[in-house]
Write a protein that binds this ligand. Structure first.
Ligand SMILES: [Zn+2]
Ligand SMILES: [Zn+2]
Length: 348
């Protein structure tokens, strides 16, 4: 099917409109009109070829809210008119142990990215949500629960699930003591979700100036990580710390904050870290762990949880043709806390 998107044709040119073909729908495919698409930091890295493996032309976007316009003959869960969502992956092998457990993000054969992946049948390069239409197999389509604000929900599909998943893995609940490092797209969702689960949430920040924002998002406290006295006082005070900072930094100052068996979980694209000191890890049985997005079942659970608790990202709506400016602002962390593209602004 013919459609249009915003693509980059090389790493050093801005994104611009591109007409292209989506693959012909198969029997198990859902065809949707994209209504909103969130702007993730990965989109920017992909467009700029920061990881060195971008295939051009590239269309980013993996926080997608849409409306079903057509379904294949084998599709049973969705019909035209349904509001649906697609996140960071659009396929996986479906038969390995991880896929069978509903952990498709950990598929042994590798999941297929919403962009930057390759269709498992046609081997075509996948193109993301900065576009008018999308074709995805039914198993990777989520249902948008009634009552969830469509315009604001998009960032749940990457920022939301990336922070929800570790909160669930480490059994965060009423009274859990959760720390959040970094207050960007991911961090602000970690605060809202952990607080929605009943946790006592502390934002860890290098400066005290984010205290007001942290409280507005639902955090109970702000701990200034550059204040040695405050840090010493907070020792052994956390069950889980979610580190969302996407650039290289030292993890060592945070380790003594964890209580026995506590975990520091990294969800940002952080690359190498400075040499970790193993002493607090061994003596306090503390752990450093990583976590990607969640599986499809858990992503649906997260959407349902957010609808039930009325948890939504703080977003700034933009038009499709404002994306290059939005990328510039995102590079300066000048966004509260996520851009969302209103796809009605992209005319066919
Ligand atoms: Zn993302
Ligand atoms: Zn698999």
């Amino acid at each position: 099917m013919k459609t249009i998107g915003f693509a980059c044709t090389s790493a050093d040119v801005p994104l611009a409109p591109l007409s292209f073909e989506r693959r012909a729908p198969r029997a198990n495919d859902v065809v949707m009109e994209i209504l909103y698409c969130g702007v993730c930091h990965s989109d920017l890295h992909w467009a700029k070829n920061d990881w060195g493996w971008t295939v051009f032309p590239a269309i980013p976007g993996h926080e997608i809210i849409g409306r079903v316009i057509e379904t294949g003959t084998d599709v049973t869960r969705y019909k035209a008119g349904d509001f649906v969502a697609v996140g960071c992956m659009v396929d996986s092998c479906q038969h390995c142990d991880q896929c069978r457990k509903g952990e498709e993000q950990l598929c042994r054969e590798g999941q297929t990215g919403t962009y930057g992946g390759f269709d498992r049948f046609t081997k075509e390069h996948t193109l993301g949500g900065y576009s008018k239409h999308l074709v995805v197999r039914e198993e990777f389509v989520l249902r948008v629960p009634d009552g969830l604000d469509l315009a604001r929900a998009a960032p749940l599909l990457c920022a939301g699930i990336t922070t929800y998943s570790p909160l669930r893995t480490w059994n965060v609940g009423l009274g859990s003591r959760v720390g959040v490092i970094g207050l960007g797209g991911l961090g602000h969702m970690a605060v809202k979700l952990a607080s929605g689960m009943g946790a006592h949430v502390t934002v860890l920040s290098r400066t005290p100036d984010k205290a007001k924002d942290a409280h507005a998002l639902g955090a109970n406290a702000l701990l200034v990580s550059t204040d040695p006295e405050a840090m010493a006082k907070a020792a052994n005070g956390f069950d889980l710390i979610i580190d969302t900072v996407p650039v290289r930094h030292d993890l060592n100052p945070y380790m003594p904050l964890l209580d026995v068996d506590g975990t520091l979980v990294i969800v940002g694209q952080l690359g190498p870290v400075d040499e970790p000191n193993t002493v607090p890890m061994v003596l306090g049985r503390r752990r450093i762990a990583g976590s990607p997005i969640g599986g499809i079942r858990q992503t649906q659970e997260m959407l349902d949880f957010c609808a039930a608790k009325n948890i939504l990202p703080d977003v700034e709506m933009i038009r499709m043709d404002e994306i290059n400016h939005a990328f510039e602002r995102m590079e300066r962390s000048d966004v509260r806390y996520r851009f969302v593209i209103d796809m009605a602004s992209l005319a066919l």
